[in-house]
Design a protein around this ligand. Structure first.
Ligand code: PMP
Length: 302
């Protein structure tokens, strides 16, 4: 599939044409995974394009870069403005936004500090990540043979490029075996998350999601869904989830910027509940999409 983007990219403070936003092959990040990034969505609304929780995404990118001692040579406000400018320049009504901070060209060697910290922001038109039918029918997933990294190896709270090598292994394995997505367990064998999504379980009308101690990226969509579900009157708890709980859940769903709120139909070919989207997942989806259409407001704390 050709890459869907073509418009200007914000690259180190300037707009450059899509085809000219290039780096040297000796760029540090290419060799050593030294990058942090965000995935953000901008939705079409009656007031024009609106970015979903921009401040939280920019904050997380600064958190990720702090963990990796990769000082971003711009303020959060400059990055927010650059993101909004890039959307305007690309004249898109809705889009996916990819800001990337990386160690550039300077020296090859594990120590990154001789390499400049560079920033790029690209945007492009992007549909439904797990396919247009997934939001209604749900996806078929497996439990990966790969585990997430232990907390003292690759910090999960940083959305770092290198972390996605693990995600790629899980995703490729799932696709090779005929599944659409993988659920990955943490190093102790508890459920962690999908290759690029958080996971929620519904059992006996209670909602459970794995806590941040289980090697998850604490998703911004996850946070929104926790707040929303509580507003809808559901009880939500963060606690460890043993693998077999997946097989006996009434409903399961993924959350993420790309996946939004996607039901899970089967796990390891075992139907979740009735093997289709359940009523609580549907209620949460509806409330979530009402926010995106600006028909409902969400509290940003909780
Ligand atoms: N976990 C991982 C590993 C991810 O890549 C993502 C996507 N950023 C998520 C969870 C969901 O996070 P968010 O809701 O902030 O997109």
């Amino acid at each position: 599939m050709p890459f869907p983007g073509t418009g200007p990219i914000w690259f180190n403070g300037e707009f450059v044409p899509w085809d000219e936003a290039n780096v040297h092959v000796m760029t540090h990040a290419l060799h050593y995974g030294s990058g942090v990034f965000e995935g953000i969505r901008c939705y079409k609304t009656e007031r024009g394009p609106a970015v979903f929780r921009l401040d939280e995404h920019v904050d997380r990118m600064f958190t990720s870069s702090k963990i990796y001692r990769m000082p971003i040579p711009y303020t959060p406000e400059q990055i927010r403005d650059a993101i909004l400018d890039t959307i305007r320049r690309n004249e898109l009504e809705s889009c996916y936004i990819r800001p990337l901070v990386f160690r550039g060209y300077g020296q090859i060697g594990v120590n990154p500090r001789q390499c400049p910290v560079e920033v790029a922001i690209g945007v492009w038109d992007w549909g439904k990540y797990l396919g247009p039918e997934a939001l209604e029918k749900g996806v078929n997933v497996c439990v990966s043979s790969w585990n997430r990294a232990a907390p003292n190896t690759f910090p999960a709270l940083a959305k770092a490029s290198g972390n996605y090598l693990n995600s790629q292994l899980a995703k490729m394995e799932a696709l090779e075996n005929g599944y659409e997505e993988a659920i990955v367990l943490d190093p102790s064998g508890y459920v962690s998350e999908g290759s690029g999504e958080n996971i929620f379980l519904i059992k006996d009308e209670g909602i459970i999601t794995p806590p941040s101690s289980t090697s998850i990226l604490p998703g911004i969509t996850r946070h929104s869904v926790i707040v929303l579900a509580r507003e809808l009157g559901y009880e939500v708890v963060k606690r460890q989830v043993p693998r077999e709980t997946l097989y006996i859940a009434d409903e399961l769903f993924f959350t993420g910027t790309a996946a939004e709120v996607t039901p899970i139909a089967t796990v390891d070919r075992i139907p979740v509940g009735e093997g289709k989207r359940g009523p609580m997942t549907e209620a949460i989806q509806e409330a979530f999409f009402a926010i995106l259409r600006e028909e409902r407001k969400i509290a940003t704390t909780g």
